[in-house]
Design a binder for this molecule. Structure first.
Ligand code: ZN
Length: 159
């Protein structure tokens, strides 16, 4: 990877970190989930409001490093407005991509390519994974009939 490309990715990540999307807390969430990344200390809370099986609104509150916050912000941007099944499919794809699998990502995933670079830094992979595993945990719980995750998602289960 060339140096200018790295700079561009860093700018995208810092832009999301400084002004994370999905800041607005929701009044009537249908799904609430939490996640944490013990490897770095990142903590994340997520709320989703559904409308006819579509993720109409999403709130992501991440207290952590630039990578974890940026990844959560990208998630909020990418996932908003998607049907449940599609949201899950994308989350699984991004998870595989971050873990180094060769996957074909759809073209409409915004800034997600900027996260590919973290794969060179194993410690950072879990930071980038945090929001996606928290979303998946929330969706799993919702399917089981729980509005709130029973136990927080953790990146430790995902290595
Ligand atoms: Zn982190």
């Amino acid at each position: 990877m060339s140096e200018p490309l790295d700079d561009m990715y860093r700018d995208i990540i810092m832009d999301h970190f400084r002004a994370p999307r999905g800041k607005q807390k929701l009044d009537h969430p249908d799904i609430t989930s939490e996640g944490h990344n013990p490897a770095c200390g990142d903590e994340l809370e997520m709320q989703v409001e559904l409308d006819n099986g579509t993720l109409k609104k999403i709130h992501v509150d991440c207290r952590g490093c630039a990578i974890s916050v940026a990844s959560g912000s990208m998630l909020a941007e990418i996932i908003k407005g998607r049907p449940l099944e599609e949201a899950r499919r994308i989350a699984e794809l991004v998870r595989k991509m971050l873990k180094g699998e060769e996957v074909e990502l759809p073209d409409d995933l915004g800034d997600i390519d900027a996260l590919r670079g973290v794969r060179q830094f194993p410690v950072r992979i879990k930071c980038a994974l945090l929001s996606w595993v928290t979303l998946i945990e929330g969706l799993d719980n919702y399917e089981k009939g729980n509005k709130t995750t029973v136990k927080p998602a953790t990146t430790e289960d995902d290595s």
